[in-house]
Design a protein around this ligand. Structure first.
Ligand code: HEM
Length: 311
């Protein structure tokens, strides 16, 4: 039986383990499932993250122990529950209106808008969605038609409207088919699919490779939101083909908040404006280069010209 190195990337093992590795719910050669979430739910002690988190005193980088369980429980009960997420809705809508005003001003002045994701995961997702839509004009048109038909003359897409935008949701899922998760660390020795995995092995779940696996996805390299229409695959941690928020005990607790922000921002960008490349640039010039780091940001800012859509 082979012992594995201390850093273990799951796609190395594909296709033997296939995609279900998201929650360490692994399919072995015989098609049996083993759930190893508990063993793999710690975080490695990486220098930069320890500095950022005052030696793992936060939720994201703290090792799996009583302290993490306690703060996770407190955060889930008081901060991330669905009522609390709903209560922040006016703030999200205010921020989106503010963004639309700024874009309207630069549209009037014929200035390009630079989309910069900052450090924030929801903003980064919106930037990637816009990037992919610029490179796929049919999907862009369909998403705009859907939202414009639903909202008509109302002037603003409210959060509850997004429930009636299945194509927009499919665009978001398709955008999120290729992230990387926060690294995990195993708490004890275990055997996975015949391999000895020692305790304290750092594990990078390569969801990018899962999202590009031709055994799971038809034409994986294509941006095709249609694949999610009439599909039961969701991104909330149950379907291991698509786990942009992770899965299991360490699943992203801000998932509802993040999704609400992405949906309302993207819906309004598509409703309010037509988007074009700045003078002298073509759609092919839009690059997909990513910065290295915990959150996958675009390396070069996406620069686009907005034109207010006339109803
Ligand atoms: C589109 C937006 C977002 C994406 C794609 C995202 C993605 C992720 C991923 C992949 C993980 C690691 C899960 C794992 O190890 O299985 C994570 C963890 C985490 N996320 Fe998010 N996230 C988003 C938004 C947010 C927001 C808005 C918040 C807070 C307001 C948040 C707070 C956290 C925290 C605290 C953790 C660590 C949880 C733990 O280790 O117990 N996230 N997120």
């Amino acid at each position: 039986m082979a012992a594995f190195s201390k850093i273990w990337t799951f796609n190395v093992l594909a296709p033997r383990f296939r995609a279900n590795l998201g929650s360490f719910l692994c399919q072995n050669g015989q098609g049996n499932h083993e759930n190893h979430d508990l063993i793999f739910c710690s975080r490695p002690s990486l220098v930069s993250q320890q500095k950022l988190s005052y030696n793992g005193l936060d939720l994201a980088f703290s090792p799996y122990a009583a302290y993490w369980r306690e703060i996770r429980k407190i955060c889930m009960v008081y901060l991330f529950n669905s009522n609390r997420v709903r209560s922040f809705r006016p703030i999200r809508e205010f921020e989106v209106s503010h963004m639309l005003e700024k874009i309207t001003k630069s549209a009037v002045a014929s200035k390009p808008n630079a989309f910069v994701g900052g450090t924030e995961t929801s903003a980064a997702t919106v930037v990637w969605a816009m990037t992919l839509l610029m490179k796929n004009s049919i999907a862009m048109k369909k998403a705009q038609e859907e939202v414009r038909k639903l909202i008509g003359m109302k002037g603003f897409v409210e959060e509850e409207d997004t429930e009636q935008l299945p194509y927009l949701k499919a665009v978001i899922k398709e955008t999120m088919r290729a992230p990387l998760l926060i690294p995990r660390e195993s708490c004890e020795n275990c055997i996975l699919g015949g391999y000895d995995i020692p305790a304290k092995t750092v594990v990078y779940v390569n969801t990018w490779a899962i999202g590009r696996d031709p055994d799971i996805w038809e034409n994986p390299e294509e941006f095709d939101p249609e694949r999610f229409i009439n599909s039961s695959i969701d991104l909330k941690g149950q379907d291991f083909e698509l786990i942009p928020f992770g899965a299991g005990r360490r699943i992203c607790p801000g998932m509802l908040m993040g999704l609400a922000t992405v949906e309302v921002s993207l819906a309004n960008l598509l409703y309010k404006f037509d988007w074009e490349m700045p003078v002298g640039m073509k759609e092919e010039d839009v690059d997909m280069d990513a910065q290295p780091g915990l959150t996958m940001h675009k390396k070069n800012a996406l620069c686009l010209m907005a034109q207010k859509y006339d109803r």
